[in-house]
Write a protein that binds this ligand. Sequence first.
Ligand SMILES: *[C@@H]1O[C@H](CO)[C@@H](O)[C@H](O)[C@H]1NC(C)=O
Length: 248
Amino acid sequence: MGRAFLALASLTIASAQTTTAFLALASLTIASAQTTTEWLVSESPHWYAITHDPFCDELAAGTLPNATLTRYLVQDHKFLDAFVVLLASMIAHAPTLADRVPGAQFLALITGKENTYFERSFDALGLDAAARAAPPAPATSAFIGLMRRAAASGELHAMLAVLVVAEWSYLSWGERVVPRDGLSFLHLEWIDLHRGEYFAGVVAYLRGMLDALDLHASEMAIAKSYFDDAVKCEKDFWDMARGGEGEL
Ligand SMILES: *[C@@H]1O[C@H](CO)[C@@H](O)[C@H](O)[C@H]1NC(C)=O
């Protein structure tokens, strides 16, 4: 509904000129066939980059240097607290119990199996306490800040926009890459956490909640702003992980 409203607003402005009005009407027809999350992705200049980062292909090929994987995992693990706060806030703001339950179950995975993956990986990579406690890189701090801001906003659409970017972009690369045979758990488990029926269901749930919200134009603009900021944070994070910035 919100999408149609935005397009309708631009149709009203455009109607001063017949040709432009016709074009706007054509885009209204196209836009109303799109869900909110499809539209957000279609408007995102960096969506392709964050779902096709070479890091993921090297991870699946088993050729990713341990130093790169270490930098990525140590930094990614620093999101955990802010992510738990964001997901818990979304659960608290969801309209019904039925809307909360899948989120709560995903929260259990994040704080359970995924968290033990980090611990086991840090052990396998031989990281001491100092390496695990490395300060957050600027890209990490920026993303943590965005997650906390979305959580504190009290706005369900802001929370969902950030969660959808984080989980949908990971499902996209997780389903895209082809892990080679005999991959170590370090590589394979991180891919497996981000593909398959369960994780696809999590993404469908988060997208479905955002798509179901009847957002007016200003709320849609807020959702888009959080979505775009989250995509930028993901892009900067991949760049950092591949050695563009940050430290081991
Ligand atoms: C990377 O770490 C894994 C896990 O400890 C180890 O098996 C592997 O040999 C390491 N790779 C290199 C190139 O050092």
